[in-house]
Design a protein around this ligand. Structure first.
Ligand code: GLV
Ligand code: GLV
Length: 355
């Protein structure tokens, strides 16, 4: 192959590799055993000739790496992730490297995990499972693992972009919840969906569902029974959920985070969980991955999973494919690959950050 493309990790499926090979690329996959590669590890991989890199959200793509990639003749970098808080897009721009991400293919998969965590927290699934396995079940009881009924309650969505909107639809339609959302942008299609669904329920003689666009995040925190976080992580959303915002929520609220760990002040969250045993959380992401803040692992009112929101076979193969297409498109000088309504592979060239 004429072009040298590196993937810092083995990725699912073969389609992404074949696409690159068919288009004159030599693909090198790093098989280093340790999970998180350092900047030095990646500089060594890049070497002195590299046309493009597919990297992971665990890597720190800043000045140093983009300078190294640029010196090696590299033109393109794609994160295999929709989030790109690990990527300094300005640094890439300065070095003449285009940056891509993988939106679209993980929307439903991620929303389904947020829904799973919502249900797991509401119905105390993990606690109950541990109880069974510990041999503690000695007969049905009216009080055993009583949780929250979602129907008729309010789901709150902070960040109603692709994933937040998909999650909202699942919760509204699946569980007949009312919706309150906060976003800088109006989620018009989501509002239309909830309106139409409410009409349908009414025509069926059932209690309708309602939606409201909140004028502040606090309004969501005050009113919602289940709150799911779907913002982009940046300076404005760092510790968006902190001691004060937690205190604003209902004592029996459920908080779900499938966005990025630092959106939540995890130390404050642990304290809040201790003080409020009826408050529950479902977490896919953590402030200091792979670690949890002290005390979190002991909390019965927390469900924790290891950053697996996009982990379905279809989605992970799709992410790998999109990442490969991002890099390939830039190397080959093509404008935009895929469905332009669904993907915006080059953040720094033609797309605002996902809302
Ligand atoms: C995963 O966290 C992603 O951003 O795709
Ligand atoms: C954010 O990236 C989203 O897809 O909602």
């Amino acid at each position: 192959g004429k072009y040298r493309v590196i993937s810092t990790k083995p990725m699912p499926g073969t389609r992404w590799i074949n696409l690159l090979i068919e288009q004159d690329c030599r693909v090198e996959i790093c098989t280093e055993k340790k999970t998180i590669l350092s900047v030095e590890d990646i500089i060594a991989l890049i070497g002195n000739k590299c046309d493009g890199v597919i990297g992971q959200l665990t890597e720190d793509w800043g000045d140093t790496l983009f300078a190294a990639l640029s010196r090696a003749g590299g033109k393109a970098f794609s994160n295999m992730a929709v989030g790109y808080n690990n990527v300094d897009v300005n640094a890439a721009n300065k070095c003449g490297v285009a940056v891509g991400n993988t939106p679209g293919v993980l929307t439903e998969t991620t929303a389904e995990l947020a829904a799973s965590l919502s249900l797991a927290a509401a119905r105390r699934i993990v606690e109950a499972d541990e109880f069974m396995r510990a041999g503690l079940y000695d007969g049905w009881l009216p009080h055993l693992f009583v949780g929250n009924l979602l129907k008729g309650q309010t789901v709150g969505v902070i960040g109603a972009g692709r994933i937040g909107s998909a999650y909202a639809r699942m919760m509204v339609e699946g569980f007949k919840m009312n919706l309150i959302y906060y976003d800088l942008y109006q989620a018009t299609r989501l509002e239309k969906f909830v309106t139409a669904y409410g009409e349908f329920l009414k025509s069926n003689g059932e209690q309708p569902v309602y939606w409201k666009r909140a004028s502040s995040m606090d309004e969501v925190l005050r009113e919602a029974d289940v709150i799911s976080l779907h913002p982009v992580l940046d300076k404005t959303t760092y510790h968006l959920i902190n001691k004060e915002s937690l205190a604003t929520m209902k004592k029996e609220a459920i908080l779900v985070n499938c966005s990025r760990g630092p959106v939540v002040d995890e130390v404050a969250l642990v304290e809040h969980l201790k003080q409020n045993p009826m408050f529950r959380v479902g977490l896919d992401v953590f402030e200091d991955e792979p670690f949890m803040k002290p005390g979190l692992a002991e909390m019965k009112n927390a469900v924790v999973v290891p950053h697996i929101a996009s982990a379905s076979k279809w989605t992970r193969e799709g992410m790998a494919t999109l990442a490969a297409l991002n890099v390939l498109g830039k190397i080959k000088g093509y404008p935009v690959w895929g469905n332009p309504n669904q993907v915006e592979p080059f953040l720094n060239e033609n797309a605002p950050p996902p809302a």
